[in-house]
Ligand binder design. Structure first.
Ligand code: ZN
Length: 396
């Protein structure tokens, strides 16, 4: 017998979407989930991040193994509100079997499905061993500080496998590259362009650095079997303010997507080496890493991928694939201390409308994931070989 019928499941999603948790105001969502779970006898811990911002951790079961299930509480801004079907991006609106609203797909439907799965598994007593730990985070859309905080405070230490409910539809993602943003600042000295020797042109050495970096990454032979090569792109360039003035300052931003074989640290080092050569010739270029998320290299051949594929196939008419992607998730922060090949998948209701106006989730897919998650979570834990208890930790 289910605890929550379809109307109740829809109400939860609709309530979650109605909280406009644009990055920086996630606490109300954490408290909503805390109250919801409490109604079904599940205690949770609201882990404060800062004013108006809080993560949530809740679990059922006990001991090893521990399956982490995770989603983020924040959404991106709705853009032009008037362009939305309903005229209000925070009112979940049903049309032709689709549920429209900011966060409906990315990822309040995944969050809701995970919370409901916790409730239903507990009520049905289907969990025979292990712990199912729900980790809901702030700030996934901007730097993932929530996952970083939960990891740093030990909530992930004893986790043996991880499912992130970001929107993939019925496809499974088991690895992704590590996004890194870097700002390069070139300090020169302004002068009249008729006497350039009286100053130092900040643009010129920055051109050289970007040019050499492009060549370096184009020729980099390192490759990950699953993720492919490092992607390197200069994306922003600013410098100078007047045509007859030698520019005293220039900045460039680059976006890099890394692989474990040539990771974030290696990228920064390679750039720094190129910069050092220019600085030795008189330039003054500094490097700042403004976003730093590690690549995630889960294993394609894992019991988690196999089980998710088998169970997911019951709901999908398409053949389910396990793939690697270039985007990032909270897994970058959670898995910082875990070895490559850690069982991790990204698997949640969705399509390709995340971050867009008129984002939606297919209603049936949302309901399917509520059921699918219950089967996947409990089966994964029930059929697991219990790992040695030596590394077990009583947390949270
Ligand atoms: Zn997301």
């Amino acid at each position: 017998m289910t605890q929550l019928n379809e109307a109740a499941r829809l109400k939860i999603l609709s309530d979650l979407v109605a909280i406009p948790s644009v990055n920086g105001s996630e606490q109300l969502v954490a408290e909503y989930l805390e109250n919801l779970l409490a109604q079904y006898g599940i205690e949770s811990e609201v882990v404060q991040f800062s004013e108006k911002r809080a993560n949530l951790v809740a679990e059922i079961g006990s001991g090893r193994p521990v399956l982490g299930i995770s989603g983020h509480l924040d959404v991106v801004s709705p853009g032009d509100a008037k362009a939305w079907l309903s005229g209000d991006p925070f009112t979940l609106t049903e049309k032709d079997g689709r549920l429209y609203g900011r966060g409906s797909e990315d990822m309040k439907s995944g969050l809701a499905a995970m919370a409901i799965a916790l409730i239903e598994i507990k009520a049905a007593k289907t969990l025979k061993q292990g712990t199912l730990r729900f980790l809901a985070t702030v700030g996934e859309e901007v730097g993932e500080p929530g996952a970083e905080q939960l990891q740093a405070q030990g909530y992930f230490e004893d986790v043996d496998a991880l499912i992130i409910g970001e929107p993939t539809g019925y496809n499974i993602v088991y690895a992704h590259k590590g996004p890194v943003n870097i700002t390069l600042t070139s300090h020169g000295e302004a002068a009249h362009s008729s006497t350039p020797e009286a100053g130092y042109n900040a643009l010129n050495p920055l051109f050289v650095v970007l040019n050499q970096a492009n060549t370096f990454f184009d020729n980099l032979q390192v490759e990950n079997e699953t993720l492919g090569k490092v992607i390197f792109n200069p994306t922003v360039f600013h410098g100078g303010d007047q045509v007859n003035t030698i520019p005293g300052l220039a900045t460039a931003e680059v976006n890099v997507r890394t692989i474990p074989e040539f990771d974030n640290h290696a990228v920064v080092q390679a750039l720094q080496t190129i910069i050092d050569q220019e600085n030795a010739k008189g330039a003054d270029i500094t490097l700042d890493v403004t976003m730093n998320l590690a690549p995630v290299a889960g294993a394609k051949d894992s019991r988690l991928v196999d089980l998710a594929t088998t169970i997911g196939q019951d709901y999908s008419t398409q053949q389910i694939d396990a793939t690697a992607k270039s985007y990032g998730t909270d897994a970058s922060k959670f898995l910082i201390d875990k070895a490559d090949g850690f069982p991790v998948i990204i698997f949640g209701p969705g399509n390709d409308t995340a971050h867009k106006v008129n984002e939606y989730v297919d209603k049936q897919m949302y309901f399917d994931f509520v059921d699918l998650y219950q089967r996947l979570f409990s089966t994964y834990l029930n059929e697991a070989k219990v790992p040695s208890v030596s590394k077990a930790k009583a947390k949270p």
